[in-house]
Design a binder for this molecule. Sequence first.
Ligand code: GRF
Length: 192
Amino acid sequence: MEKFLGKKNIAVFISGRGSNLKSLIKYSKKKNSLIKISLVISDTPLAKGIEYAKNSKIKNYCFKSKSKLKFEKKSLELLKKNKVEILCLAGFMRILSEDFIKKFSNPILNIHPSLLPKYKGLNTHTRAIKNRDKYSGATIHRVTKKLDSGEIIYQKKVKIFKSDTVNSLEKKVLKVEHEIYPKAIVKFLSNL
Ligand code: GRF
């Protein structure tokens, strides 16, 4: 811990664009931030988001393997080697195995673009629009073996207007995601 000047040592898993990673990096660079990001792993080659790690000189790996077993084995080795204390999933599209969650043994957090427990899984915005919901939002939760079902750490609502489309809702929710992931981490760490 001393090595990180009291900051928690975080790894981020991504699969693509990486805008949430970008917001976490931005937060980690603040003088009073509670985290240091030491490792970024993408499960897809050429993930655009990996550039944010490169630009900030954060150790990064882009795995090409389609095998979940291989991905998890390699990632676990890296997490242990880098003494990662919290793993943050940010737009990471793979479901981690129960075995991985057990073996990592430290907390894993995830960001989900809906007001959980509503709309677990994919296509959250399409479902919210189709059901004419008045609100949607984003949730940060603990990762457990049950998909999108772990303890909720932080949520923020956005209003859905009649004029909203899947696209416009996605944009609104994404903006909230960027705002709340750092806040959720602070809240989570304060309650440890
Ligand atoms: C976000 O909406 C996240 O909640 C969802 O996938 C999207 C990823 O965006 N799981 P990005 O890669 O962080 O830009």
